[in-house]
Design a binder for this molecule. Structure first.
Ligand code: FAD
Length: 425
C-alpha cells in the first residue's frame, strides 16, 4: 500500500511523540510509526524534569499532565553508609518548576498521543515496524513498514526522523551506524518489581553501600527496582540462585525483607543494557536522528528523556516551517539541528561519564554485584555542596532545565497557555 506524508517520525517514545505533536500543530502532515501496540513499557524512566513540565504548560497540556498520578520531588536523596546526601536540589530552580515529577512514562505518552489525535494533520500508527527506507534522487524519501497483520506499506515522506531509540533501525538502514562513538558503561541494570507497603518511603530511593547499589522508583502499589550489576555479568550471575539478589537487596535496604520473597526466580528479572554513545553525524539527505537514536543515554541523573524531548522541540522549531511549506529540508537545515543539540548532549554525557568513572568503578571486578567503590562518603564536590547548598544550583539547572532553553515553534503553542503558567506561578 502506498501512502504519503510530509514527515515520517519513526518511534513513539518521548522524542517521537513530542515531535509529532509539535509538527502537527505547525500544520505539517506527520505520521508517527510505533512498533509496539501500546506504551506500556516498564523499562523506561519515569522522570519528567522542569524543562518538560514547562513545555507541557506551553502546549496547554500542563493541567492534563497534573491529573496523571505522579510524585513531586523537590530534592533527590542518595543514601550512603556515611549519611544521606541531597543530589540535586531542585528547589534551586525557578518556580513554578522547582521540582522533579515522577510519572509512569506510558501515561505521558498516552497524553501526547491523545493531544496529537486532536490535530487534523497528525497520524499515529501503532504496531507499525519500519523495516526499510525508500530512496529517490540520492536521498531517503520515506520508509517501508509492516503493520499488525503483516501487511507491507510504503510511506513517502519529505523527511524521515529516527526517534527509534538506542538500537535505531533507521540509523542502521541510513548507513549512519558507522558514525557512532561508543563511550562504554561499567554497569547494566537488573529490573524487577516488589510490592509497596504502608509506611514505605515515597518517591525515589537511591541506596549505595559497600560497592553495591540500587534505585527504587515509586509506582503507587509497587516499587520498580533497578539493581546495578557489572557490565556483561548477567549470564554469570544467572548461574547462581536468584537468592543472591534477594540477600544483597535486603542487606542494602533491610525494610525490603518482608516482601523480597516476591522475587520468585530469574524469570521475574529483566536485564537492561546500559550504554552511552553518540553519532558524529546525525543526518543524511532526507533523514535525521534525534533522541537516543543520535545519542544513547545512561540512566544516571535521569536526563535521557529530557534531552530527547528538547531535541524534538529544536527539530520542530528549525524544520517545522520548511516542512509546512511542503519543501524537503536541505542537508544544511538538518545539520543545523545537530549543531544546536550537540553541545547540550556532549555536556550531559560528559557528566554521566564522570559519574560513571568516579562512582561506578568496581573495586572487585570478579564480583558481579560489585559496581562501585566502597566509600561511605561521596566525592569531595558533593560533600562541598552539602555544606554550601548554593553550589547545588548549577547542577540542578543542568539536570532540570538543560543547557539551552528550547522554545517550541509559535504555532504549536495553545491559547490560554500563558494564563496557565501565570496561574501556577
Ligand atoms: C535502565 C534505564 C533506565 C533509564 N531511566 C531513565 C530515567 O529515569 N530518566 C530518563 O530521563 N532517562 C532514563 N533512561 C534513558 C531514557 O530511557 C532514554 O534516554 C529515552 O527513552 C530516549 O527517548 P527516545 O524517544 O529517544 O527513545 P525511546 O524512548 O527508546 O523510544 C524509541 C521508540 O521507538 C520504537 N521503535 C524502535 N524501533 C522501531 C521500528 N523499527 N519501527 C517503529 N518503532 C520503533 C520503540 O518501540 C520505542 O517506543 C534510562 C535508560 C535505561 C537503559
Amino acid at each position: 500500500m502506498s501512502e504519503e506524508t510530509d514527515c515520517c517520525v519513526v518511534g513513539g517514545g518521548p522524542a517521537g511523540l513530542f515531535l509529532g505533536l509539535l509538527l502537527a500543530r505547525c500544520g505539517v502532515r506527520v505520521t508517527v510509526l510505533e512498533k509496539h501496540g501500546d506504551f506500556l513499557r516498564d523499562f523506561r524512566g519515569d522522570t519528567v524534569h522542569a524543562s518538560t513540565l514547562r513545555l507541557l504548560d506551553e502546549l496547554g497540556l500542563g493541567e492534563r499532565f497534573r491529573k496523571i498520578p505522579h510524585q513531586r520531588l523537590d530534592r533527590v536523596r542518595v543514601q550512603l553508609d556515611g549519611g544521606t546526601f541531597v543530589l540535586p536540589d531542585f528547589t534551586r530552580l525557578p518556580p513554578p518548576y522547582s521540582y522533579l515529577a515522577m510519572a509512569p512514562q506510558w501515561d505521558l505518552l498516552n497524553l501526547l498521543a491523545e493531544a496529537g489525535a486532536a490535530e487534523p494533520t497528525f497520524r499515529l500508527v501503532m504496531r507499525a515496524t519500519v523495516t526499510g527506507l525508500r530512496e529517490s534522487d540520492g536521498r531517503v524519501a520515506g520508509v517501508e513498514y509492516t503493520d499488525a497483520d503483516g501487511g507491507t506499506h510504503r510511506l513517502a515522506a519529505a523527511l524521515t526522523v529516527a526517534c527509534d531509540g538506542r538500537s535505531s533501525d533507521v540509523r542502521r538502514l541510513a548507513g549512519l551506524d558507522g558514525y557512532r562513538r561508543h563511550f562504554g558503561a561499567p554497569e547494566d541494570t537488573l529490573w524487577f518489581r516488589l510490592p509497596r507497603r504502608a509506611g514505605d518511603p515515597e518517591g525515589l530511593v537511591i541506596r549505595f553501600s559497600n560497592g553495591r547499589g540500587m534505585v527504587l522508583v515509586d509506582r503507587g502499589d509497587y516499587w520498580q527496582v533497578a539493581y546495578l550489576i557489572q557490565k556483561g555479568s548477567y549470564e554469570r550471575l544467572r548461574t547462581q540462585d536468584v537468592d543472591v539478589v534477594r540477600r544483597t537487596a535486603v542487606a542494602l535496604l533491610p525494610w525490603l525483607a518482608d516482601r523480597i520473597g516476591e522475587l520468585g526466580s530469574w524469570d521475574d528479572v529483566r536485564v537492561l543494557d546500559v550504554r552511552i554513545d553518540r553519532l558524529r553525524r546525525w543526518y543524511a539527505p532526507g533523514v535525521l536522528c534525534i533522541g537516543d537514536a543520535a545519542h544513547a543515554m545512561s540512566p544516571i541523573a535521569g536526563v535521557g528523556i529530557n534531552l530527547a524531548v528538547q531535541d524534538a522541540v529544536a527539530t520542530a522549531r528549525l524544520l517545522g516551517g520548511v516542512l509546512a511549506a511542503g519543501r524537503v529540508p536541505s542537508v544544511r537545515q538538518l545539520a543545523a539541528v545537530q549543531r544546536r543539540r550537540r553541545w547540550p548532549t556532549v555536556l550531559v554525557q560528559g557528566l554521566q561519564r564522570v559519574i560513571q568513572r568516579d562512582v561506578f568503578t568496581a573495586d572487585d571486578p570478579d564480583a558481579e554485584l560489585n559496581i562501585g567503590r566502597t566509600d561511605a562518603k561521596p566525592a569531595p564536590p558533593i560533600r562541598l555542596m552539602q555544606r554550601f547548598p548554593a553550589l547545588g544550583g548549577p547542577p540542578a539547572r543542568l539536570v532540570g532545565l538543560g543547557l539551552l532553553r528550547e522554545r517550541p515553534p509559535r504555532p504549536a503553542l495553545r491559547d490560554g497557555t500563558t494564563t496557565t503558567v501565570r496561574e501556577i506561578a
